[in-house]
Design a binder for this molecule. Structure first.
Ligand code: NIG
Ligand code: FE
Length: 426
């Protein structure tokens, strides 16, 4: 027995322990996206923050050093997965938009509501009016919900401030929320989410402001890892998006892009050209865009919850992207307008039913590939020795059950960095 390797947490007897393996350097693509390791009677041992061993209960018990202090969780009848990762959220915003439901049901399109000064711009007014403390309080509540639903890491975008002060306020709120609770937030600057009302007649002046004032202020304060742009008709053109993302890259940020969601502008091609980490949405992606993304290794973050909520008549072409070798991930897109849902579990259902992904592909998409989409493939996203002990237990007999049941929170327990953060003992 090795000295000083006491097990602090042991999870044993899992009906299934399900994880990818060996994909910490690069996201899974093609056939490999559908391959996942299933260990019956699985176990995982943890010391401090880190996973020490993964295998059958018998194998792990042989290696574990159990002491009187070891916390033991019996996972009988449970499926054990890596903590879920949500790589696209807009979790910090003021107000809410239930009043727009009536407009939507009258058939007013999403981009038309925005053009009338509603939509994102309505949330911008509420976010500007909110104090930082209020944004933090609300963000903390959403993060508590997410943790209880199995999400242990999430990307978090600004983008409802649209002025230097309000964007900084939002990113500082994200930092404060991250520090105050267990769920890790990875901050993204999305100053180019919409053209604010005061620049309606001079959108290029707003692009100048994003590049010359906001980006340097964000980078100087080290408030974001990524820069994102909403590249869409009525938001930012490909040329404007290219200017902003190129400037962001030069300032050291990694890139994401809301691409080809409603109108096929060529956002996917731009993502490939700039070697963005991910291009997100992609309902209207072109064949050329798919090809370019596969060549450049850009991750497609698909958001079927948004497609559902916008009542779109088609979903992103996930099968074509997987066949072409694009690494695919999935996220909630949690935001106050097009996706007021912060739970990845219904995303599992939607991805299986409407993106025609298999349960194994979906689990890889919301664990290891999502880890890569937030730049954390090396330390989270799978249950492997040396990785952070972010683990979720579901009240489910097997992993396919997660794609079958819907609408009930099946999460039994959540462990973040080796600590039980949701669900009681026993
Ligand atoms: O990803 N598409 C742009 N941004 C968000 C929607 C934001 C909103 O409606 O408030 C999205 O869907
Ligand atoms: Fe979004």
């Amino acid at each position: 027995m090795e000295v000083g390797l006491e097990t602090t947490l042991l999870i044993k007897n899992a009906a299934q322990l399900v994880t990818s393996r060996g994909a910490s350097e690069k996201p899974l693509t093609g056939k490999a996206l559908g391959e996942i390791e299933v260990i019956e009677d699985g176990a995982v041992s943890v010391r401090g923050d880190n996973i020490m061993a993964v295998g059958t209960t018998e194998e792990v018990l042989r290696k574990a050093e159990i002491t009187a202090e070891t916390q033991v969780i019996d996972a009988s009848g449970r499926v054990v997965l890596p903590g879920l990762i949500d790589p696209h959220t807009h979790v910090v915003f003021g107000g809410s938009r239930e009043h727009e439901l009536a407009l939507k049901l009258q058939g007013v399109p999403y981009l038309e509501i925005l053009a009338r000064g509603g939509g994102i711009l309505s949330s911008v007014r509420a976010t500007r009016a909110a104090g930082r403390e209020e944004l933090v309080e609300r963000g903390l509540k959403y993060c508590r919900q997410m943790l209880a639903q199995g999400t242990t890491t999430a990307e978090a975008k600004s983008g409802y401030g649209l002025s230097t002060g309000a964007e900084i306020k939002t990113l500082e709120a994200i930092g404060e929320i991250d520090a105050a609770q267990p769920l890790d937030l990875i901050p993204t600057f999305l100053g180019a989410h919409a053209v604010p009302e005061e620049y309606r007649e001079s959108p290029d002046k707003y692009v100048d402001l994003v590049i010359e004032e906001m980006l340097p202020a964000v980078v100087e304060r080290d408030l974001a890892r990524y820069c994102d742009v909403f590249c869409e008709k009525g938001a930012f053109s490909v040329a404007q998006s290219r200017r902003i993302l190129t400037a962001a890259k030069e300032m050291g940020l990694k890139l994401k892009i809301h691409a080809d969601e409603i109108v096929p502008l060529g956002g996917a091609e731009l993502a490939a050209e700039l070697k963005a980490v991910s291009a997100d949405h992609l309902l209207a992606v072109s064949d050329e865009g798919i090809l370019r993304m596969a060549e450049a290794g850009v991750i497609a973050v698909l958001l079927p919850g948004t497609t559902f909520y916008l009542k779109e008549d088609h979903y992103a072409p996930a099968r074509r992207m997987i066949a072409a070798g694009v690494p695919v991930s999935l996220a909630t897109d949690f935001n106050p307008g097009s996706s007021p849902n912060n739970n990845l579990q219904p995303i599992i259902n939607l991805a299986c039913l409407y993106l025609r992904m298999t349960p194994a592909e979906v689990i890889n998409a919301i664990t290891i590939n999502a880890a890569h989409a937030v730049g954390r493939g090396a330390d989270i996203g799978s249950l492997e020795k040396g990785k952070k002990a972010d683990i979720v237990l579901f009240d489910a007999p097997n992993y396919a059950y997660l794609a079958y049941r819907y609408g009930t929170n099946l999460v039994d327990k959540v462990i973040k960095k080796g600590k039980l953060v949701y669900g009681g003992e026993g």
